[in-house]
Design a protein. Sequence first.
Length: 277
Amino acid sequence: MSAAPQPPQRPAVRVTVAQLQVSDDHTANREAVGDAFATASRASADVLVLPEYASGFDARGVGAEHAEPLDGPFVTLLRTRARATGVAVLAGTTLPADGDDPRAVNAVVAVDGSGELVGVYRKVHLYDAFGQRESERLAPGPADAPPLVVEVGGLTFGVLTCYDLRFPESARRLVDAGAQVLVVPAAWASGDLKAMHWRTLAIARAIENTAAVVAVGQAGRGVTGRSLVVAPDGVVGLEMDEQPQVRTVDLDGAALLRVREQNPSLANRRYAVVPVG
């Protein structure tokens, strides 16, 4: 059995949630991200969370035409603004696929408050559902890659992306790696029951893992918006509508530990999560 979690270094970790409307204009998107950093800095945030595909998006599908390398303009901007403001950032982007694969990769990058690129998560579960075929344009990340977990302000954040939210084992694997906060950048497609699924699944992942959930969606045509922050007991502390907006919340690490003491379901579990295929 693992050692008991230690209290966070401060009473709360401040998170800025940026529900942006993203277009296929990469320059305009970078300007919007710069504005979100400015808002986060004014709010004295520790970390800024941007949605999936924050570098460039087309509701008809995102592929190689939107891909930028890790040393390209988007990630360079993230690193520059993080270094200037001291605000860490978790952001969805699109990377070139490896080798001769003509597709791209749906990814989330993690940059710390000094501007260092500290991790990349390549989306494992591609959105081949509800009439969509994301795998035609995107290559999946390896299921056995180490989970992306990063420490900010004494709390450990674990990263998954959009459709991953429908797979509880993805969230549990992050929690097994130490995550106390599950971060879900998304461009959750709109449609019948989709907003209800988004909200319900975010709350479920919080309750079953006794973890906070920061689910950040895109605003605009073809996507749901409705970003939300859920406490580890399932209480929704922040919920947005469909419009672009940027809000800041505090995550209480001590309250998270109290929930895990009262509901020790992680300690009581009888099954492990391992990659397959």
